[in-house]
Design a protein around this ligand. Structure first.
Ligand code: NDP
Length: 255
C-alpha cells in the first residue's frame, strides 16, 4: 500500500542527457516504475539507440533531440512537445560535461562551455518545462548536482563551481515554484562509472585513492541512483523542496 507513493504510472518524465550514463539509468529506472520516458541528447544516433533499447523492454519512449544550452531551441522544442504529445510531469536536468585542467591553464572557452552545459541548461530547460508545470499546479524537477557541490578536487575548479550553482539554483527554483505545487530538488552523485569518468576509471592511482577515500570503499553503480530519483519524482516527496540528496557512499561526510 505504501509503495503506491512511489508509483510513476501515467507520468511522463523528460531526462536531459539520457542517451547514456546516469541519465539513461535514471530514465530506465523511472520507466520500470511506470513512467513514460522522453530521452534527450544532441547525437541522433546515440539517442535512437537508447530509445530502441528501452522500447525493446516494453517501455513507452519518445525522444527530444535538442541542445540544452540553446535557450530558444529548448523553449520551442518543449512547447511543441507539450502541444503535440502531452504534459511533462517530471523533469530531470541531468545533461552535464567535465573538463579537467589545472586552473592556471584552464581555457576560458572550456569554462564557458561548462557554465552553459551544467548550469545555464538547468535554467533553460527548467524554465521551459516549469512554465507548463506551473499552469498545471504540479510538477517534479530533479537537478543532478555532484559531490563537487560540496567538495573541490584538483583540476576541476570550474566544474565544482557549476555543481555548487546547481544546488543553489535548485533552492531558488523551490523558493519560486513550491507555491505552484512544484517540488524541485537535486541529487548529488558520488563517483559512478560512466563515459564522463573514463579517464578516472582507467587510472589505477585514482581507483586506489577512491576506494580508500569512500567509506563504502568502491565506485557507485548507476542503478544505485534510481531510488533517490523515484523518491523525488513521486508523490512520496510531496513536501520535500529545495534539498540536495547525496548518493555518494559517504564520501562527503567523512575525511
Ligand atoms: P555522460 O558523459 O556519460 O553522459 C552525458 C549525457 O549528456 C550524454 O547523453 C550526452 O549526449 C548529454 N549531453 C551533453 N551535453 C549536452 C547538451 N548540450 N545537450 C543535450 N545533451 C547533452 O555523463 P554522466 O552520465 O556521467 O553524467 C550525467 C550527469 O551526472 C552530469 O550532470 C554529471 O556532471 C553528473 N555527475 C556524474 C557523476 C559520475 O560519477 N559520472 C558524478 C556526479 C555528477 P550527447 O552526446 O548526445 O550530447
Amino acid at each position: 500500500m505504501s509503495l503506491t507513493l512511489f508509483d510513476l504510472s501515467g507520468k511522463r518524465a523528460l531526462v536531459t542527457g539520457s542517451s547514456q550514463g546516469i541519465g539513461y539509468a535514471l530514465a530506465r529506472g523511472m520507466a520500470d516504475a511506470g513512467a513514460h520516458i522522453v530521452l534527450n541528447g544532441r547525437d541522433r544516433t546515440k539517442l535512437d539507440k537508447a530509445a530502441t533499447d528501452l522500447k525493446a523492454d516494453g517501455h513507452d519512449v519518445q525522444t527530444l533531440l535538442v541542445d540544452v544550452t540553446d535557450h530558444d531551441a529548448v523553449r520551442i522544442a518543449v512547447d511543441a512537445f507539450e502541444a503535440e504529445v502531452g504534459p511533462i510531469d517530471i523533469l530531470v536536468n541531468n545533461a552535464g560535461i567535465q573538463h579537467r585542467t589545472p586552473l592556471e591553464d584552464f581555457p576560458a572557452e572550456a569554462f564557458e562551455r561548462l557554465l552553459q552545459t551544467n548550469v545555464a541548461s538547468v535554467f533553460h530547460v527548467g524554465q521551459a518545462v516549469g512554465r507548463h508545470m506551473i499552469a498545471r499546479n504540479a510538477g517534479k524537477i530533479i537537478n543532478i548536482a555532484s559531490v563537487q557541490t560540496a567538495l573541490a578536487r584538483p583540476g576541476i575548479a570550474p566544474y565544482t563551481a557549476t555543481k555548487g550553482a546547481v544546488a543553489n539554483l535548485t533552492k531558488g527554483m523551490a523558493t519560486d515554484w513550491a507555491r505552484y505545487g512544484l517540488q524541485c530538488n537535486a541529487i548529488a552523485p558520488g563517483y559512478f562509472d560512466t563515459p564522463l569518468n573514463k579517464a578516472l576509471k582507467d587510472d589505477p592511482d585514482f581507483n586506489d585513492w577512491l576506494s580508500k577515500r569512500t567509506p563504502a570503499g568502491r565506485w557507485g553503480q548507476v542503478e544505485e541512483l534510481v531510488g533517490a530519483c523515484i523518491f523525488l519524482a513521486s508523490s512520496a516527496s510531496s513536501f520535500v523542496n529545495g534539498t540536495t540528496v547525496y548518493v555518494d557512499g559517504g564520501i562527503t561526510v567523512s575525511l
